[in-house]
Write a protein that binds this ligand. Structure first.
Ligand code: ADP
Ligand code: MG
Length: 365
């Protein structure tokens, strides 16, 4: 049984259909990143799962305990007793920390366990000190939030979420209020804390790099629907549609107009890859920056605009009439690009074709 299971979750605000049909299973010990553009419903999903918002329909189970579930088409909701139990399952961390400014670090962490959950002050403080050590914040227990950096405050918020020993930690964009340096540092801290505690974690972010670096599984959302769930590398290499392909990767995937004809994938007059499994049709061709290999005999010729040497790799900025935007190819620095044009052959694993209307991926071979 999954630790958290969400089936066909729906939520509207008035006529705004924010969650259309969300399905998600979180297994014990996993780190799951939920990503998607702003407004895609990530926070609403988390808020529904943590009783801050009431879902309209669907099932939410914590280890089999229903927060909401459908019986003969009617939503049955948890009663007071069940709610109490469900709330003990999760710890929640927000983007803006929500620490009490006039409480010390220690009191911020122990307030809820002592005054809500009835844990003894002694026990709560003992746990808090342990957590602060895990967070790298030993000795800060009598500080006030304003005396800490943003990254430290966020770690206090995580300690506060963990002090009640939840089975699942839910974080809504916990790094977005931090500057770039602290963000990276705190991201690594969160990953370390997760490894040390082994706690099941659901992490919401709009930053795909953050998601790829921290998670076992990523869930890509768009307009209230889950587009794809999978291991970061699998979703990156085998996106189900053009949206997912474009959402993942820096620099982003390069998109060309192309077609399938005579069992080949064409861009303009160039047959770039065999495509024996695909029907003749117009397609979008997505090529990852690392999918280009310079080759004087290669089929795809591009105009070179700039060559940026970045140590081990070289980034070639170029253009092609079939691509509406500039193309960025990342190639091995050993390749010297000098002329006005460059020819490439392509790595098949880094190339995907997409249906011109549905934008769904088309298998080439
Ligand atoms: P995300 O976290 O992915 O950015 P949200 O879940 O916050 O997205 O919001 C999804 C959509 O729901 C947005 O269009 C937002 O304006 C709307 N929304 C969120 N909360 C409310 C609310 N309480 N009342 C009305 N609309 C809301
Ligand atoms: Mg949000």
């Amino acid at each position: 049984m999954a630790l958290l299971e969400i089936n066909h979750l729906q939520k509207s605000f008035g006529s705004l259909n924010v969650l259309k049909d969300i399905n998600l299973q979180v297994e014990e010990g996993q780190v799951i990143a939920v990503i998607g553009p702003s407004g895609s419903g990530k926070s609403t999903m988390l808020r529904c799962a943590t009783t801050l918002e009431q879902a309209d329909a669907g099932d939410i189970y914590y280890d089999g305990e229903p927060l909401i579930h459908m019986v003969n088409g009617e939503a049955v909701r948890a009663d007071k007793q069940q709610l109490k139990k469900i709330r003990s399952f999760f710890g929640l961390v927000f983007q803006d920390y929500n620490l009490f400014p006039h409480f010390t670090v220690m009191r911020n962490i122990t307030e809820a366990p002592v005054h809500v959950a009835g844990v003894s002050k002694e026990k709560a403080e003992e746990r808090a000190l342990q957590l602060l050590a895990t967070m790298g914040l030993s000795g800060k227990e009598n500080y006030y939030p304003s005396q800490l950096s943003g990254g430290q405050q966020q770690r206090v918020a995580i300690a506060r979420a963990l002090v009640k020993r939840p089975r699942i930690l839910l974080l809504d964009e916990p790094l977005s209020n931090l500057d770039a340096r602290l963000r990276l540092q705190t991201r690594e801290e969160i990953r370390r804390i997760q490894r040390e505690t082994g706690i099941t974690t659901v992490f919401v972010t709009h930053d795909q790099e953050e998601a790829m670096s921290i998670s076992d599984q990523i869930v890509v959302m768009k307009s209230g629907l889950v587009q794809q769930i999978g291991r970061p590398q699998d979703v990156y290499d085998d996106p189900v549609n053009l949206f997912v392909a474009k959402f993942l990767g820096t620099p982003p995937i390069n998109v060309f107009e192309g077609r399938i004809e005579n069992g080949q994938l064409w861009i303009g007059q160039a047959a770039v890859l065999p495509a024996p499994a695909a029907q003749p049709q117009k397609v979008y061709v997505g090529i990852r920056p690392e999918g280009f290999i310079p080759d004087p005999e290669g089929p795809l010729e591009c105009r070179v605009h700039a060559v940026e040497v970045m140590g081990r790799d070289t980034s070639v900025v170029c253009s092609h009439d079939a691509a509406s935007a500039q193309i960025r190819a990342i190639i091995d620095a050993e390749n010297k690009i000098s002329g006005k044009t460059v020819r490439f052959r392509l790595r098949p694993a880094k190339v995907d074709a997409f249906h011109i209307e549905t934008e769904e991926r088309i298998a080439l071979s």
